[in-house]
Design a protein around this ligand. Structure first.
Ligand code: PLP
Length: 398
């Protein structure tokens, strides 16, 4: 049997492999602290769960429109207005089965052999994986520690060539916790005016997760690029709904924008038909209902990231920049003498701490590991204590 080569080029998200290995060790009775996976350790707020149950009881069991229920799209319009001050039309909003399908849609729409797609490195691993799948050339834009893990407009623009079709950006960022300041995005957008054929996918899934007075800048606030901008967002992180598979994206709509919205609608018809109705009702309740649970979660992430940073910086040879967004810490461990993936795997096997090696987020992630702040402060203390003890016993790379 032979399958097409594009499937052999597809990558993985190693956080899931770490999760599986951690679960296997846990099943053997080991007390693993899992700081590997990027999902909030909170339950979906109860009123959201109730809305889904009510939808099922009310008989919402059938197909919905491929683009999503109008009510859910209107809820996204309200939410976008609240968070960005920008009024989009429900005809620009696509309800998706999670955040990832927007990446899949955008990257497969623009990627093919002979073209180039720019993506952040270190960055969410699926960007690179999907670019490779399409046969396009994946061009990394380095995300640098010395730049507080913000992207540099100048460096990004310097990578654009006549073959560039799509630029992917992500702020607040996974895996670094970096937040790119508005002034830098201003520069990027100004530079993009010289490149009117480059489309942009802005992954804003961590938009509300910023700290220390940092604010998120949505690319939607730049009208000059709206006709070539795709914004990825969703419910997974903000409302602790990773398993519901519910996301949204905002697309330009119309023939002057290469009918991008109609293309993603068609992809839905061909692939998943629509997002299940109860999740979409839950999504409306999430947006319109009380936000106190979200506030509680954000306050917990805020205090955990400070704790993680402080504890990591107390370990000799480990240096951790304070994350300004999302819920990850990305310490530099190069002075320990360990390669990042080796350290991650030994910490799991020998010290019962699950985290992810930086190279799983791209080549520029070497020398770093990612810790997700998705555990209680007590468990975080335990994990970092174990890490410190392991590094003390195994100096110079073990
Ligand atoms: N974008 C980024 C930057 C992420 O970190 C993640 C998940 O970790 C996603 C998108 C995907 O979200 P979802 O689980 O809704 O597909």
């Amino acid at each position: 049997m032979q399958t097409v080569g594009s499937f052999d080029r597809m990558g993985e998200e190693n956080a899931f492999a770490v999760l599986a290995r951690a679960a296997a060790l846990q099943a053997k009775g080991r007390d693993i602290v899992n700081l590997g996976i990027g999902q909030p350790d909170f339950k979906t707020p109860q009123h959201i769960v109730e809305a889904a149950i009510k939808a099922l009881r009310d008989g919402h069991h059938g197909y919905t429109p491929a683009t999503g229920l109008l009510e859910t799209r209107e809820a996204v319009v309200r939410r976008t207005l609240t968070t960005t001050g920008i009024e989009v039309s429900p005809d620009n909003v696509m309800i998706m089965p999670g955040g990832k399908p927007t990446m899949f849609a955008a990257i497969t729409m623009f990627g093919e052999p002979g073209v180039e797609i720019l993506y952040p490195d270190p960055g969410f691993p699926i960007y690179r994986s999907m670019i490779d799948y399409t046969g396009a050339k994946a061009v990394p834009v380095p995300i640098r520690e010395e730049n507080s893990f913000a992207f540099s407009a100048e460096e990004t623009l310097s990578k654009i060539t006549p073959a560039t079709r799509l630029l992917i950006i992500n702020s607040p960022a996974n895996p670094t916790g970096g937040v790119t300041p508005r002034a830098e995005i201003d520069k990027l957008v100004a530079g993009l005016e010289q490149h009117p054929d480059v489309a942009i996918m802005s992954d804003e899934i961590y938009d509300v997760m910023t700290y220390d007075g940092e604010t998120h800048t949505s690319l939607l606030t730049y009208p000059e690029i709206r006709d070539r901008l795709i914004v990825l967002n969703g419910w997974s992180k903000t409302w602790a709904m990773t398993g519901w598979r519910l996301g949204w994206s905002i697309w330009p709509n119309g023939p002057e924008s290469a009918d991008l919205y109609d293309k993603v609608r068609k992809l839905a018809v061909n692939c998943w038909s629509c997002v299940n109705a109860p999740s979409q009702f839950a999504g409306i309740a999430a947006i319109d209902g009380p936000q106190d649970d979200v506030e509680t979660m954000l306050a917990a992430f805020d205090s955990r990231r400070l704790l993680v940073t402080e504890r990591l910086n107390a370990i000799p040879n480990v240096c951790c920049a304070t994350p300004k967004g999302a819920f990850y810490a990305f310490p530099n461990i190069s002075a320990t003498g360990f390669k990042a993936k080796n350290l991650a795997s030994r910490l799991l096997e020998e010290a019962d701490v699950a985290l992810v090696g930086g190279p799983d987020f791209g080549d520029f992630g070497e020398g770093f590991v990612r810790l997700s702040c998705a555990a209680s402060e007590e468990r975080i203390e335990t994990a970092i204590g174990r890490m410190a003890e392991f590094l003390q016993k195994n100096t110079g790379g073990g």
